[in-house]
Design a protein around this ligand. Structure first.
Ligand code: NAD
Length: 251
C-alpha cells in the first residue's frame, strides 16, 4: 500500500475494463486519480464508489478524440491539483472487419481514438509530467501491435504506431526525467473482447494459444501499470511490456 502516495495520475478510458482497474489500483496505492472517459455516467459511478471507500478520485467526461475536450481536461487538472505525475493513455476502440471491407469511417474512428488521441494527450500532458520532476507516461498498446490477426489490420496499425511513438518519446523526454513506456496486453476479459469471447470456439482457440491456458483480468494490467508508474521502475524507459500470459512467446 502507498506506492503512489502523493502522486497525481490521469487514466483515460477509465469507466470500464483495463482503465477502471488501473485507476482502482492507483487509487488504492494512495494516488489522486482523474478518471477520464466518454462514458460520463460510467466515470461518475466509478468515482462515487471509490470516493466512498476513502479514495481520492475525480471523474472527467471527455472524448479523447476531441481536441477541445483534451484541452479542457488538462485545464481542469491544473486548476484542481496544479500537478500531474502519471498519465495512462488507455482509451481505445476496436472494429473487427475484413481488411477489404474496412470503411473510411471505421478506420478514421479507430485511428482518432487509438492513435491521434494518444499523441494529443501525450503532447499536451507531457509539460505537466516534465514539471513534476519524475513523470511517467504509460501508453496502452496491444499484442496486436506486435502480431497480426485476421480482421484486425486497422487496429494493429494504430497499436504498432503507439509502440513506435512510445520509443521515440522515451528518447526525447529522458532528459526531462519523464519515463515513457508501453504495455501490450494479450487477451483480457473486458467489454472490448466480450463479443468474441462469448463464442465458445473463439474463446477456446485463444485459451489454447495462451501458454498460461487462461485469459487475463484487467487488474493484471493495472498492476503492471502500477509498477511503471512507481519508483520501482525508476530505471525503466522505452520498454515494451507484453502482458499476455505467454501467448507471444509461443509458436
Ligand atoms: N481487452 C483486451 O484484450 C485488450 C488487449 C490489448 C489491448 N487492449 C487495449 O486496452 C485499452 C483498454 O481496453 P479495454 O479492453 O479495457 O476496453 P473497454 O472497451 O472495456 O474500455 C475502454 C474504455 O475506453 C472508453 N473510450 C472509448 N473511446 C473513448 C473516447 N473517444 N474518449 C474517452 N474514452 C473512450 C470507453 O468508454 C471504455 O470505458 C485499449 O486501448 C485497448 O485497445 C485491450
Amino acid at each position: 500500500m502507498g506506492r503512489l502516495e502523493g502522486k497525481v495520475a490521469l487514466v483515460t478510458g477509465a469507466a470500464a475494463g483495463i482503465g477502471l482497474a488501473t485507476a482502482q489500483v492507483f487509487a488504492s496505492e494512495g494516488a489522486r486519480v482523474f478518471l477520464a472517459d466518454i462514458d460520463g455516467a460510467g466515470v461518475e459511478a466509478a468515482s462515487s464508489a471509490m470516493n466512498e471507500s476513502g479514495q481520492s478520485v475525480i471523474p472527467l467526461t471527455i472524448d479523447v478524440a476531441r481536441g477541445q475536450d483534451v484541452t479542457r481536461m488538462f485545464r481542469t487538472i491544473q486548476a484542481d491539483t496544479g500537478k500531474l505525475d502519471v498519465i495512462v493513455n488507455n482509451a481505445g476502440v476496436n472494429v473487427r472487419s475484413d481488411f477489404r471491407h474496412l470503411s473510411d469511417a471505421d478506420w478514421v474512428r479507430i485511428r482518432e481514438v487509438n492513435l491521434d488521441a494518444v499523441v494529443r494527450v501525450a503532447r499536451d500532458g507531457l509539460p505537466l509530467l516534465q514539471a513534476s520532476g519524475r513523470g511517467s507516461l504509460i501508453n496502452v498498446a496491444s499484442i496486436m501491435g506486435h502480431r497480426g490477426l485476421r480482421q484486425l489490420a486497422g487496429y494493429s496499425a494504430t497499436k504498432g504506431a503507439v509502440l513506435a511513438l512510445t520509443r521515440a518519446l522515451a528518447v526525447e523526454y529522458a532528459a526531462f526525467n519523464v519515463r515513457v513506456n508501453s504495455i501490450s496486453p494479450g487477451f483480457i476479459e473486458t467489454a472490448m473482447t466480450n463479443r468474441a469471447l462469448r463464442m465458445p470456439a473463439i474463446k477456446k482457440a485463444l485459451v489454447d494459444r495462451t501458454v498460461m491456458r487462461r485469459l487475463g483480468q484487467p487488474a493484471e494490467i493495472g498492476r503492471v501499470a502500477l509498477f511503471l508508474a512507481s519508483e520501482d521502475a525508476s530505471y525503466v524507459t522505452g520498454a515494451e511490456i507484453l502482458v499476455d500470459g505467454g501467448m507471444s512467446a509461443s509458436l
